[in-house]
Each structure stands twice: as structure tokens, then as C-alpha cells.
Design a binder for this molecule. Structure first.
Ligand code: GDP
Ligand code: MG
Length: 195
């Protein structure tokens, strides 16, 4: 009983996977969650996952919502977005069109959340398929610079940069919560304001 109480009180960080179909949202999620590369995962299946992790010496829980085709329905999509504290916006390095689509996805997210400071990382996936690559690093980096967010290249197959990407997003989510707590409770003992 004591144990579950502790678990309940752990900070929870909510991550949403977004991006076109087939870019590797599920593969990245499953690789991060279970350390396994899943070749075939139902492309229409949206699912959520939770695990306990240690982030910079602090125990917390990560909740990942792996979105799928239902985002076509604006109401469902917007509800997903509203529940997010951070976004991994994935495209495939082998399909230029999926990078172009990230602009539309980011617009939709910002329309719902109306907050450009929402933690967000642009993720170019399938870096192991170097011979099939059609997206220049420069183009993706330019887009990320415009959005003032990080750009990371990953491979869900070889696990390259997978943990790093989630950890970077989690750090941003955590830092933002600290910032918001400071802003919302200026009279708390824990907060020292120097005038
Ligand atoms: P989703 O629709 O965005 O969830 O995409 P999936 O995770 O289902 O991946 C679509 C296809 O791309 C699957 O056949 C995966 O095995 C493959 N895939 C995903 N990530 C990678 C990767 O990093 N490298 C390679 N070579 N294939 C990948
Ligand atoms: Mg999927």
C-alpha cells in the first residue's frame, strides 16, 4: 500500500508523439519503452504508455501518447494535444513530404495550446537508412531554428539518440513546470524573490 502511494505522488510528465503515418512514432515509443525494435506495428493504433524513470537523480513517471490515424478527426486530435506537456514531432529522413507536414502539425498544436513555449522537439527518424535519405540536415535544422526548438536525428532501429531525445524533452517539461510554479506561487516559502 505504501508503495503505490509513493508511485502516485511521483511527478508525471506527459509526452505526445506526433507526425505523419509511417515515420516511426510507434517504433520510437516501443524502442524507448521496451528496448525493442518493432518492424510491424498497427499503423491505426493509438496507445499510451507509462513508466517510472530517473531523470537527473529524481524519480518520475513518463506518460507517452503514441498517436495514429484518428488525428484526422479534429476534436479527438485537439483533445490529445490539450493533454500534452511536451511534443516529439517526428518525420522520416527518407520522405521529404513528412518534414513539410510538420509545419501543419505544429500550427495545429499551437492553435490548441496557444503557447509557443510548449516543450517541442523536431525529430528526424530512420537515420540508419542513410542510402535512402532525401532530407538535408540543413533544411530540418532551419525549421527547428525558426521554431526555436532542438532538432535531433534518431534511429528507432539502432536506438541511436532515442533515449537522448526523450530525456531532452523531459528536461524541458520539468524546467517549464518549475518556472510555472515560481510564477504561480510568488508567496510560497520555497520561493525567494530578490527585489
Ligand atoms: P508510425 O506510423 O509513425 O507509428 O510508424 P511506425 O513506427 O509504425 O513505423 C513505420 C515503418 O517504419 C515500420 O515498418 C517500421 O519498422 C519502420 N521504421 C520505424 N522507425 C525506423 C527506423 O528508425 N529505421 C528503419 N530502418 N525503419 C524504421
Ligand atoms: Mg504508429
Amino acid at each position: 500500500m505504501g508503495k503505490s502511494k509513493v508511485k502516485q505522488s511521483l511527478p508525471l510528465h506527459k509526452v505526445i508523439m506526433v507526425g505523419s503515418g509511417g515515420v516511426g512514432k510507434s517504433a520510437l515509443t516501443l524502442q524507448y519503452m521496451y528496448g525493442d525494435f518493432v518492424e510491424e506495428y498497427d499503423p491505426t493504433k493509438a496507445d499510451s504508455y507509462r513508466k517510472k524513470i530517473v531523470l537527473d537523480h529524481e524519480e518520475c513517471q513518463i506518460d507517452i501518447l503514441d498517436t495514429a490515424g484518428q488525428e484526422e478527426y479534429a476534436a479527438i486530435r485537439d483533445n490529445y494535444y490539450r493533454s500534452g506537456e511536451g511534443f516529439l514531432c517526428v518525420f522520416s529522413l527518407c520522405e521529404k513530404g513528412t518534414l513539410d507536414l510538420t509545419e501543419e502539425i505544429r500550427d495545429q498544436i499551437l492553435r490548441v495550446l496557444d503557447d509557443e513555449t510548449i516543450p517541442f522537439i523536431l525529430v528526424g527518424n530512420k537515420s540508419d537508412l542513410a542510402h535512402l535519405r532525401t532530407v538535408d540536415k540543413k533544411d530540418a535544422q532551419e525549421l527547428a531554428d525558426k521554431w526555436r526548438c532542438p532538432y535531433i536525428e534518431t534511429s528507432a532501429k539502432t536506438r541511436t539518440n532515442v533515449d537522448e531525445t526523450y530525456v531532452e524533452l523531459l528536461r524541458k517539461i520539468k524546467a517549464r513546470k518549475v518556472q510555472q510554479n515560481l510564477q504561480n506561487s510568488p508567496d510560497k516559502d520555497s520561493c525567494c524573490i530578490i527585489l
